[in-house]
Design a binder for this molecule. Structure first.
Ligand code: NAP
Length: 298
């Protein structure tokens, strides 16, 4: 019987595994993607992880994984699809029909950025197209950027970029923003921010890097970077009905990782939180493993 079953091998899951292993717990990490390290691997450069400026995201993920492996953490492929508690034991069913039994679960399955689905979006990923302004904004100092979306993330991203970029276009498909009116006012006061409303992106073009954003109505914006902020999808289908989710589908849990289900902890992007970054995921993993350890001692 496992003490801790970690679902997900991104920074939150790996950090949880390191803390659990160091606490002498019997821990196993399961991962949907073979030898994965989560979303961090997609980031061309992670420039805001303390002490490691300019690290390539893939390399950082590999380092996290090597750390867990060096302590003897074991990994297993498989997508967890069902969680059921019987007495004090969690029975976790995987896509291939296998069932694992564990005293606690640390669920760190992450969230995925919604994509626009326009031509050029995938091609220019990491070459001007980004889904994280706080991660990649600094690469666009003095340049022209476009933010796509009308929610709080897009508004916050535009505000953040307005202090870095020379010019920021905020491109939204409707005439009104979904996000906070207060942030809209702050943006209106910025001389280098231009709202491009009732505008649907059609195509991203360029040569080596992004050069243009073409809109459906025929307008073309000359840009160096495009930040897509059209929402996130938390990977929580498997836990629906098992514990409480918020209105956006994230697991309700504070920084201890405790959820509304006993012995089930959430860590990383999958839980309700303010800032979804590598540094907060790593810290979540440590907290969730510590909470699991305390739960097991009780
Ligand atoms: P969101 O609120 O779901 O907004 C997504 C935005 O993207 C919407 O404006 C939507 O347009 C647009 N969009 C979606 N699909 C699109 C497409 N295919 N093409 C063009 N535009 C598209 O997502 P979010 O901004 O990431 O925020 C998620 C949640 O976190 C929200 O509850 C938000 O309030 C919260 N949050 C809060 C803060 C804060 O308090 N500072 C910061 C970030 C996030 P429509 O408006 O037309 O639907």
């Amino acid at each position: 019987m496992l003490d801790v079953l970690v679902i997900g091998s991104g920074p939150a899951g790996l950090s949880a595994a390191v803390y659990a292993k160091r606490a002498n717990l019997n821990v196993l990490v399961t991962e949907k993607v073979y030898f994965g390290t989560g979303q961090v691997a997609e980031s061309n450069q992670v420039d805001n992880y303390l002490g490691l400026p300019g690290t390539n995201g893939y390399d950082l993920g590999e380092k996290f994984r090597e750390h867990a492996v060096s302590l003897g953490v074991e990994f297993k492929d498989g997508e967890a699809t069902e969680f059921a508690k019987e007495g004090d034991v969690w029975k976790v069913t995987f896509k291939n029909g296998e069932i694992l039994e564990t005293k606690t679960v640390i669920y760190a399955a992450g969230a995925v950025h919604r994509h626009l689905g326009v031509v050029g979006e995938e091609e220019f990923g990491g070459r001007g197209v980004s889904y994280c302004a706080t991660c990649d904004g600094a690469f666009f100092k003095g340049k022209t950027t476009a933010v796509i979306g009308g929610g709080d993330t897009a508004l916050d991203d535009a505000l953040y970029l307005s202090d870095i970029s020379e010019k920021v276009y905020l491109v939204h498909r409707r005439s009104e923003f979904r996000g906070s009116a207060n942030t809209v006012e702050k943006l209106q006061a910025k001389e280098n921010v231009e709202f491009v409303l009732e505008a649907k992106p059609a195509k991203i073009t360029g040569e080596e890097k992004v050069a243009h954003l073409q809109l459906e109505d025929g307008r073309t914006l000359a840009v160096d970077g495009i930040f897509i902020a059209v929402g996130m999808n938390p990977m929580t289908d498997a836990v629906k009905g098992v514990l409480d989710l918020d209105q956006n589908g994230y697991i309700v849990a504070d920084e201890t990782g405790k959820t509304t289900a006993e012995g089930f902890f959430a860590a990383g992007d999958v839980r309700t939180k303010m800032l979804r970054q590598v540094v907060t995921a790593v810290s979540d993993g440590a907290n969730a493993a510590t909470s699991a350890e305390q739960y097991l001692k009780q």
